[in-house]
Write a protein that binds this ligand. Structure first.
Ligand code: HXC
Length: 268
């Protein structure tokens, strides 16, 4: 049901176990209004609670068209919000950003064109970012009298370092693709959107030969560790490291090595 979907502002397609999620408001440069966020929440919750990585092994998220990944939260909708409405809107966006982190399968943000404000924030909630050479990142909220509200004040610092993040947020300036690459915000650049999607698929093809369970647990431990001290993170790592010894994938992976054959992982 969710694969064909009844969504108006997002689109989802599953091909050979890879999900293609598109933000689908091209005329508004894929700006995030409450409807986009609610539809994302429904779809991502389904991935987590129903699919659980059984059919969807990886997700690629892009923006419709060539011009923008996501040009930010919808400024027209925000303009007349009360403090309470703004809190609800921010909370919904933050919830969606956390759902990206909780997905049991990896998700690659494929950034074409503008990834500004909430767009940059959603990309940063994915596992990592690929971008086209013409991509433009930024947190321009202060130009509007706003501050980042979907996680930008927290995640940008973790990715590029606090002081560099402050410079980007206080100036609201554009961060072009080359710079994004040099500061680790994007990790690979491609000449075109098509080549970027092909690059993401190639990366998934490497991942898909590995244990889906081990990738899922690595993601969980790394994302949870982001909020912890190193010592607490090591405790979390140790617990999960021990737990994978009861998994079918661990039995199969180690057995296949000893038997000098390729493993046949089930993800369990
Ligand atoms: C609503 C937007 C939008 C946005 C673009 N549009 N960005 N609508 N919210 N964030 C709409 C335009 O109003 C316009 O609609 C259409 O998309 C095309 O945009 P143009 O501005 O005509 O395109 P262009 O001249 O090429 O400029 C592209 C742009 C510019 C540089 C990206 O659109 C821009 O500066 N957008 C806003 C970027 C921004 O400030 N983002 C951060 C938002 S705050 P019409 O109907 O006129 O054709 C944010 C906060 C997150 O994200 C946290 C919230 C809690």
């Amino acid at each position: 049901m969710y694969i064909t979907g009844n969504y108006e502002t997002i689109a989802f397609e599953l091909k050979e176990n890879i999900g293609y999620l598109t933000i689908n408001r091209e005329k508004k440069l894929n700006a995030l209004n409450s409807q986009v966020l609610s539809e994302l929440k429904t779809l991502l919750t389904h991935f987590i609670e129903e699919d659980k990585g059984q059919t969807i092994k990886g997700v690629i998220i892009t923006g419709a068209g060539e011009k923008a990944f996501i040009a930010g939260a919808d400024i027209a909708q925000m303009q007349n919000m009360s403090v309470e409405e703004a809190r609800d809107f921010g909370a919904l966006g933050q919830e969606v950003s956390l759902l990206f982190e909780k997905l049991p399968m990896p998700i690659i943000a494929c950034v074409n064109g503008f990834a500004l404000g909430g767009g940059c924030e959603m990309a940063m909630s994915c596992d990592f970012i690929y971008a086209t050479e013409s991509a433009v990142f930024g947190q321009p909220e202060v130009k509007l009298g706003l501050i980042p509200g979907f996680g930008g004040t927290q995640r940008l610092s973790k990715i590029v370092g606090r002081n560099r993040a402050k410079e980007i947020i206080y100036t609201g300036r554009n961060v072009k693709a080359e710079e994004a690459l040099s500061i680790g915000l994007a990790i690979k650049l491609f000449p075109t959107k098509e080549e970027m999607i092909a690059g993401a698929l190639k990366t998934f093809s490497y991942m898909l030969s590995n244990s889906p369970n081990a990738i899922k647990i690595s993601k969980k431990v790394m994302n949870e560790g982001n909020d912890l001290t190193v010592t607490q993170g090591l405790t979390c790592e140790l617990e999960q490291f021990a737990a994978v010894f009861s998994s079918e994938d661990m039995q199969e992976g180690t057995k296949a090595f000893i038997e000098k054959r390729a493993p046949n992982f089930t993800g369990n």
